[in-house]
Design a protein around this ligand. Structure first.
Ligand SMILES: [Zn+2]
Length: 120
């Protein structure tokens, strides 16, 4: 809903300026002298370089050492060594139970589940 407002006179720019007198620039009192003992601008603050951790590298290169986990295959480093009892060990375990179990454990091999490499 429009409400036309007819204004004959624009609003005065400043009430302090009397009409008819040319606008005079204000006296140079924009920056009054500071009171004694007051420094408007203190010493410049130290640059925030102390809080900035310099990055010497463009990218964070994380060098991961070759981690050989326990039980990993030293040959392919992919598979996991699994206990593989030999037939002789199992046979000893059966024939010489219970001492044969110790023989079986002693004769077991560690076989890689990936490449099938046998490790004693
Ligand atoms: Zn392997």
């Amino acid at each position: 809903m429009e409400k036309p407002t007819v204004t004959d006179q624009p609003p005065p720019y400043s009430a302090t300026v009397p009409p008819g007198s040319p606008p005079q620039p204000a006296p140079n009192t924009a920056y009054p002298p500071p009171p004694p003992g007051y420094t408007p601008y203190g010493p410049p603050p130290p640059p925030p370089a102390t809080a900035f951790v310099p990055n010497y590298g463009a990218t964070n290169i994380i060098i991961t050492p070759p981690i050989v986990t326990v039980g990993a295959c030293p040959a392919c480093r992919v598979g996991i060594l699994e206990d593989d009892f030999t037939c002789l060990g199992i046979l000893c375990a059966i024939l010489f139970f219970p001492l044969g179990i110790l023989c079986c454990l002693a004769l077991k091999n560690r076989r890689c589940s990936n490449c099938g490499a046998m490790f004693g």
